[in-house]
Design a protein around this ligand. Structure first.
Ligand SMILES: [Mn+2]
Length: 285
């Protein structure tokens, strides 16, 4: 345990009956360019008390649904596999207790054990991925468990998924998508098809696990990530998607990954905290 601070600070006490568990997964073993994701969870938690608990769109105090924050684990000295096993156990325990898990990364690799935990409870799970990247490499720098391979690993598990905000990928990834007949929501497509949110929702059958790589958002609002790709999702596009998804599908768990705090870009941690809070509002209202 490194820090006992909680999401929303003292105001979390406004919801004494806890239904939501904020879990931290400060894993950063396969970073490609700019590091710091191991500091992501604490930075998001630290920014969150600055949020207004009365949601300005929903006009409710989402905090009253009960948000518990688990201590940030220390993964120092653990292999990525050992950390992932811990994450899977932690998410499984929350699900077994009837809690809604919100996982804070850490690098995107942490999604795999979280999805494995959810799959055990929801075999017809569908993953919705917000991301600048396809993350469909079989290996990256020789590592099959790199953050750049996370969706490939989910495909290995047989989980269907929908990819949104994509604007960076290798030829091999693109050819895989073509050969499988997948239809990612590339940014190009998203900007050309006004009904893209409707299309995302129509393509989903079972309960949803939402994985949000913060680099899916535009670097103007989200500069604090390893690979800030231009032309990302705006705040409005992101929350429009969250609102519709939560309104039409049962979201059973979610993560927010690849956030790495940057000096001079303190607003970015606040953006993630608000996105989490708003999305929880859409889910629990
Ligand atoms: Mn990404």
């Amino acid at each position: 345990m490194m820090n006992i601070s909680q999401f929303l600070g003292e105001e979390a006490d406004l919801g004494p009956e806890k239904r939501i568990a904020v879990l931290s997964a400060p894993l950063a073993s396969s970073v490609s360019w700019l590091g710091g994701t191991e500091l992501g969870p604490q930075a998001i938690i630290d920014a969150s008390p600055a949020l207004e608990v009365f949601d300005d769109e929903l006009l409710i105090e989402t905090v009253r649904f009960g948000i518990a924050t688990r201590p940030v684990p220390d993964f120092t000295g653990l292999t990525a596999a050992a950390a992932c096993s811990q994450i899977q156990d932690a998410v499984s325990a929350e699900l077994a207790a009837g809690m809604f898990p919100v996982l804070l990364g850490g690098e995107h690799t942490v999604t795999v054990p979280a999805v494995q935990a959810c799959l055990a409870q929801y075999p017809d799970l569908h993953v919705v991925q917000i991301d600048a990247h396809l993350d469909l490499r079989d290996r990256y720098e020789g590592n099959p468990n790199s953050h750049a391979c996370v969706m490939r690993r989910l495909d290995d598990l047989g989980v269907p998924f929908t990819q949104v905000g994509i604007r960076s990928f290798s030829r091999e990834e693109y050819e895989l998508v073509q050969s499988k007949g997948w239809k990612p929501f590339f940014m190009q497509r998203l900007r050309a098809e006004a009904d893209w949110i409707e299309q995302v929702c129509q393509g989903i059958k079972g309960p949803v696990y939402l994985t949000c790589d913060v680099d899916g958002l535009d670097p103007a609002i989200m500069p604090a990530t390893g690979t800030p790709e231009p032309d990302g999702l705006t705040w409005r596009e992101t929350i429009d998607l969250m609102r519709e998804l939560a309104g039409r599908h049962r979201i059973v768990g979610m993560d927010f990954v690849e956030f790495s705090p940057r000096p001079g870009a303190e607003h970015a941690a606040f953006v993630v905290a608000k996105l989490i809070y708003r999305t929880l509002g859409y889910i629990f209202r």
